[in-house]
Design a protein around this ligand. Structure first.
Ligand SMILES: [Zn+2]
Length: 675
């Protein structure tokens, strides 16, 4: 395994057993440097065991087949993917392996699992490598793992694993001042118990020569000269406002701030059991989404999103409620007119013609171009893919495009399974695909040396995402394009990111230059205060969860407001899924006969049909087939929680103010069989 001079330079303290962060630009070969540290660690230390942690599923395979390949002739390296059943036997895999490569989530589950096939201790490892370690922050999974570490460290426990963090861009954590950014970097160092941030000093010039940066270009587009579709949507929204008749609603349709206000309004409606307010807010949000889509991609994509929503409403809801009937008929009235507008090329989105220009330029002149277009949502990634398939001009070029999105389950938009992701990445690596429309999933870590164009399509992100996305353009003479509307927030954010990138650099140098004792004292103080505030938070959380008697809490359907169960009917499975174990609950819901597809396996259960309110058709969640019994899993966002202190609409079960016990299969069976 060969290392470059600057790679040697940054790993020295790690070879001596110190905790460090390796800070090198994207494309400089951090993973290879880390793999080398792992190799030396395994060769020189007794009972050594390494966990290589990643934050994206597809990186497990990438590291296994690339930089960690070199270790496999002498050591047992095991990749553990989230869609394999191996994770259920994590403890055994760890015992048999020298190196495991897995997502942080899998390790975290194993650390907290009670199941002996899965459970491992942090001290089973002698080295943890944390890829993209700038995520070791706040409530992130990396930080949860490191909390366990710090708690052990501060209580004087020894034999803790060595920590090796890797990052190209720790970022400023939202700060725009030197002081704030420094605080952020020190906090990351404290979270990772880092002794030193290592960057290339002696070989910096060499490094810069080895890792070429892409040429950056701002491709600005202009507003649509005329936008009759947008105008029609806005008029309809104003009409719904009139029907709703609540004063002081903002009219800044098609913006994020309008979205926030309307989400709040929906919550107010839900908590006060005001069906009219909640329903209007829900539909206004869909119109607002359509405006945002109209601003990003084609008019037809905006139309389709809205039309699909109404088709689903008609297919699932009972539609007896006057508000629902008003809203459905309002859309029916404008539907044909909207659709007619979408086919008029005069009103098409100028961002798309800009993108077309860029692609024409790149794919005409360079015969072996390979590029990634980053976009915000899964929806827009699919819309852009459709656009390119239907574009006559681009059809003449040799573009073979596909979509790459996250594997996380969301019932709103299509997700990919980890296997599908792997397939797309493999085809792109081989060159059988040469263009990806991707969400942020491909931003970090994806290593394709031939990639020479990165377009950030109307994106507004922080400086870390900018640095990471830019780093995907690896080939010589690469192009990094920022495509956004002229004078938009996206453009000014990108400019700010450039400033923040420089700020990060300066601040890291300051931290590196701190006198050792001062640095250490600062880190220890930050660790202590993090532990204390976590304890306080935990105690508050526990107290909050016992505020109400589960018998005194009722759940109401969010749509029709009917009360359907008590808090005491609920149990948790794997501390995560919330099921109703009361057999009488059956009469309140309908279940579909086809099973919900979730791209993951579970140990004791599989998904059944989706369930909805028997009274109004509102989606509630899905069935869980747990060994021999079927239980409804409820999603808290589809209910209003009525407590003696008022109603709450919550997004997460962790926020409920009563205790929910863990499901006991044996007890459940014996109780229900004896009845
Ligand atoms: Zn209902």
């Amino acid at each position: 395994m060969e290392l470059r001079d600057y790679q040697w330079e940054v790993i020295v303290p790690a070879l001596e057993g110190e905790n460090i962060i390796i800070w090198l630009p994207t494309g400089a070969g951090k993973t290879r440097a880390a793999a080398y540290v792992c190799k030396r660690h395994l060769e020189t230390r007794e009972r050594a065991k390494v966990a290589m942690l990643v934050n994206r599923v597809h990186l497990v395979d990438q590291h296994y087949t690339q930089e960690f390949q070199a270790l496999q002739d002498r050591f047992r390296v095991t990749p553990i993917s989230s869609d394999s059943d191996q994770k259920f036997f994590f403890a055994k895999e760890v015992k048999l392996s020298d190196v495991v490569i897995c997502t942080a989530k899998i390790l975290q589950n194993a650390l907290t699992s009670q199941d002996e096939d899965m459970h491992v201790e942090l001290t089973d490892f002698s080295l943890l490598v944390i890829d993209e370690c700038h995520h070791t922050h706040k409530d992130g999974v990396y930080n949860q793992i490191m909390e366990d570490y710090l708690e052990r460290k501060l209580t004087g426990q020894r034999k803790l694993p060595q920590i090796l963090g890797l990052t190209a861009s720790p970022g400023t954590g939202g700060a725009t001042s030197i002081q704030g950014a420094k605080q952020h970097i020190l906090q990351i160092c404290a979270n990772l118990d880092t002794a030193k941030i290592m960057s290339s000093q002696k070989h910096r010039v060499h490094l810069q020569a080895q890792v070429p940066q892409p040429r950056k270009q701002y491709d600005v587009s202009h507003e649509r000269p005329q936008d009759p579709l947008g105008r029609k949507l806005k008029e309809t929204m104003a009409h719904i406002h009139q029907y709703l008749d609540v004063g002081s609603l903002p009219q800044d349709f098609g913006t994020q701030s309008y979205e926030q206000r309307i989400v709040e309004l929906g919550k107010e409606g839900a908590q006060s059991f005001c069906r009219k307010k909640r329903t209007c807010a829900l539909h206004l949000r869909k119109y607002n989404d359509a405006l945002l889509i109209n601003d990003t991609v084609r008019m037809i994509d905006a139309f389709n999103a809205l039309d699909e929503f109404y088709q689903l409403e008609k297919a699932t809801k009972v539609l007896q409620d006057p508000t629902e009937r008003f809203l459905v008929s309002t859309f029916e009235e404008i539907k044909a007119a909207l659709l007619a507008l979408t086919s008029d090329p005069r009103y098409e989105n100028p961002k798309l013609s800009k993108l077309e220009e860029i692609l024409q330029e790149q794919f005409r002149t360079l015969d072996r171009s390979r590029g990634i277009i980053f976009t915000k949502t899964r929806q827009s990634a699919h819309a852009l893919h459709k656009w390119i398939q239907e574009s006559a001009k681009l059809a003449r070029l040799d573009i073979k495009a596909a979509v790459l999105t996250g594997a996380g389950y969301s019932n709103q938009t299509k997700h990919m399974t980890p296997n599908e992701q792997q397939d797309v990445i493999k085809l792109f690596r081989k060159g059988d695909l040469n263009l990806l429309f991707s969400t942020s999933v491909a931003e970090e870590g994806l290593d394709i040396p031939e990639c020479n164009i990165v377009v950030r399509y109307g994106l507004m992100t922080n400086e870390i995402a900018m640095v990471q996305a830019r780093g995907r353009a690896r080939a010589e003479n690469s192009l990094y394009s920022v495509l956004a509307k002229a004078n938009s927030k996206e453009v000014s954010r990108e400019r700010l990111n450039e400033t923040l990138e420089e700020l990060t650099q300066r601040v890291i140098e300051e931290v590196q230059a701190m006198p050792e004792k001062k640095y250490r004292d600062t880190i220890t103080a930050l660790q202590r205060s993090a532990i204390i505030s976590r304890k306080v938070k935990k105690a508050e959380g526990n107290q909050k969860r016992q505020l109400h008697d589960p018998d005194a809490v009722r759940l109401h359907c969010i749509n029709c407001n009917v009360a359907v169960c008590h808090g005491s009917d609920l149990r948790t499975v794997e501390k995560m899924h919330h099921v109703n174990v009361n057999p009488d609950f059956k009469i309140y819901y309908n279940a579909t006969s086809n099973n919900v597809g979730i791209p993951r396996n579970f140990k004791d259960w599989k998904p059944g049909g989706s369930i909805s309110c028997a009274n109004c058709g509102q989606a509630w969640g899905m069935e869980m087939i747990y060994r021999s019994v079927t239980l409804p899993i409820l999603s808290i966002k589809n209910f209003v929680v009525a407590t003696p202190d008022g109603n709450k609409h919550l997004k997460q079960w962790s926020r409920v103010t009563f205790t929910i016990e863990e499901f006991d299969y044996v007890e459940y069976c014996s109780r229900n069989l004896s009845m």
